[in-house]
Ligand binder design. Structure first.
Ligand SMILES: *[C@@H]1O[C@H](CO)[C@@H](O)[C@H](O)[C@H]1NC(C)=O
Ligand SMILES: *[C@@H]1O[C@H](CO)[C@@H](O)[C@H](O)[C@H]1NC(C)=O
Length: 563
């Protein structure tokens, strides 16, 4: 008898599954004190499945314990509730009731919304259109253009702006009756609905690759915003001292609906490094996978089908830009997510720490270094508890790091890249930094990031007190810095030039940002307008080293420079 290899493999799996089902049924029927050590299952399988080289009686299943969860699952909601009693933070939204969409179509609800960021329960998708199924009036939902767009790349032309306005093909409303008429089975005949659930928690990104394949935009903007929104929406309690870190639920999948497999990956490979280390269990779907889901639900009439998404954080860059903050103040999509949650009092102090720690642990950074920020916080709390500490607000404070060797100054040089300092100014800056650090006993690192491994770059960022460099992607590592009361990012611009990318992100993490124009600087709340003057992208960016040195010395002494 000739049996093809694939056939026999598949059959083995089928038999294993059959045996497993039978085993589960049996162990369910037996009382628990009666479960044998191991079970040998003899199945009477259809002869169709039996081959010469295979005997089903050989299957030995693991002891019953192995099939059961051994560890009791801690309910995050209960944990949060216990802590919230003291902290007066609103309780997290209740877990959705499990509904079998084969027989019932639960209505869509919005847990939280800010322009570009919307957390839905029970969102539907059919033929590429997202459907809100509701018996409520449309007016009770946010304007669709603040949720989604056509997902096209953004250009600053009137035609393109118009082409990104969403239509009913992108997102639409159905009443429960309309949804049943499209996808419902007949209840009298016990027919199932033609709706299939995508269970668990999904991040659905509606953006094209334009801003995805870039370390800053992917990690410090998209995931920065998504994480802030997620932690806030669930009122997460985040505790760096606790191994579990956050009470927010896990994320099971990310769908990049308009980017293919290369579309979300940056060239140096930090996006994949970040995603796989921060979310080791996350399943990624890209445009091709999304199109599968679109195509299999594209039939009409009695074959019309839909997917049901249990819990989904839907994000859209163009929609975020329709918000006031992002659109007219700082151009940071994450600012819509973060500021909304901050305003609601829902963001825990260490909200970013779970992702930061996950990535840095993966990179091999040791636990004591991960705790720099938390330790500094405790030192400051102790200082503030001293008598009279509240009197003089601008008083010089002792260094909250334990000793001067803990001060780490990292200058990320761009001299190997297009946009960079005047060569002589770079050399003078390195000299001035070297002298300053030598006289203070601080550690100085002058690095060209592209010459270091990812692990070297990340572990350096993980203990950097002052990060310094010309405006550019290398500064994205600031999201891995320990947040202490003296941490700062110093960004050198061509005089007159300014952008909020690193400025806003630094502040959102609770650190201070200084924008340097040669021999002057600016810092929030007095910051210039966004500008890209001639010279911004060039090789003749000046810097006056004494200005940088003064900023660092004053910052570490706990003063604002020049005060
Ligand atoms: C499915 O979507 C395509 C593209 O948007 C559209 O042209 C088509 O009419 C849709 N089919 C149905 C049945 O709605
Ligand atoms: C930078 O500042 C120094 C010190 O004030 C000054 O001498 C130099 O001319 C400035 N460079 C530019 C390009 O403005």
């Amino acid at each position: 008898m000739v049996v093809s290899r694939t056939r026999s493999l598949r059959d083995v799996i089928l038999i294993l599954l059959g045996a497993m089902c039978m085993h589960l049924t049996s162990s369910f029927l037996w009382s628990s004190d009666h479960v044998p050590e191991s079970i040998i299952v003899k199945t009477s399988v259809n002869s169709h499945f039996i081959h010469d080289d295979y005997d089903s009686s050989d299957i030995v299943l693991p002891p019953a314990e192995v099939l059961r969860p051994a560890v009791p699952v801690v309910e995050p909601q209960r944990l949060a509730a216990e802590r919230n009693v003291q902290e007066q933070v609103p309780l997290p939204p209740a877990e959705p009731e499990k509904i079998d969409v084969a027989y019932e179509l639960p209505e869509t609800t919005i847990v939280s919304h800010a322009p570009g960021w919307t957390l839905f329960r029970n969102l539907y998708m059919s033929n590429g259109t997202l459907f809100i199924v509701t018996s409520e009036p449309r007016s009770s939902f946010p304007d669709i253009r603040l949720i989604t767009s056509t997902g096209l790349a953004a250009e600053n032309t009137p035609e393109n702006i118009a082409a990104r306005e969403p239509t009913a093909e992108n997102m639409d409303f159905l009443t429960p009756a309309q949804a049943r008429a499209r996808w419902g089975g007949s209840p009298d005949r016990w027919e199932r609905n033609r709706v299939w659930s995508v269970e668990g928690n999904t991040y659905l990104f509606n953006d094209p690759p334009q801003f995805l394949d870039h370390y800053y935009h992917f990690c410090a903007e998209l995931f920065f915003g998504a994480w802030a929104f997620w932690q806030g929406a669930f009122n997460a309690v985040v505790d760096p001292a606790n191994a579990a870190l956050t009470t927010a639920p896990p994320v099971h999948r990310a769908i990049f609906a308009h980017a293919d497999a290369t579309g979300w990956r940056d060239r140096p490979g930090f996006n994949a490094y970040f995603l796989r280390s921060a979310f080791p269990s996350l399943t990624v779907e890209v445009e091709e996978d999304w199109l599968d889901r679109v195509i299999v639900t594209s039939a009409t009439g009695e074959h019309a089908r839909a997917f049901h998404f249990d819990t989904v954080l839907f994000t859209d860059r163009s929609a975020a830009f329709r918000g006031v903050l992002c659109g007219s103040q700082n151009q940071r999509t994450a600012a819509e997510a973060y500021t909304y949650m901050m305003g609601e009092g829902r963001l825990a102090k260490w909200w970013w720490e779970p992702l930061r720690r996950a990535v840095l642990r993966f990179a091999g950074v040791d636990e004591a270094e991960l705790d720099i920020g938390v330790r500094a916080d405790k030192v400051v709390a102790a200082q503030n508890a001293l008598p009279g500490s509240g009197v003089q607000v601008d008083r010089v404070r002792p260094n909250p790091l334990l000793n001067s060797q803990d001060v780490v100054v990292t200058y990320i040089s761009r001299q190997g890249a297009r946009r960079h300092l005047i060569d002589e100014d770079h050399a003078a800056l390195v000299l001035a930094l070297t002298e300053m650090c030598a006289s203070k006993g601080w550690e100085l690192n002058v690095v060209q990031a592209e010459r270091l491994s990812k692990e070297e770059q990340l572990s350096l960022a993980a203990r950097t007190t002052i990060m310094l460099g010309v405006h550019g992607n290398g500064l994205t590592h600031l999201i891995m810095m320990p947040v202490t009361p003296i941490s700062a990012v110093i960004e050198i611009f061509y005089p007159g030039g300014f952008a909020h990318d690193y400025e806003w992100t630094t502040r959102a993490l609770g650190m201070r940002h200084f924008g340097v124009w040669n021999d002057t600087y600016n810092t929030y709340p007095v910051v210039p307008d966004v500008a890209y003057p001639e010279g911004f992208q060039g090789t003749q960016i000046p810097v006056y080293p004494p200005t940088v040195v003064r900023i660092i010395e004053d910052r570490i002494a706990g003063r604002l420079p020049g005060h």
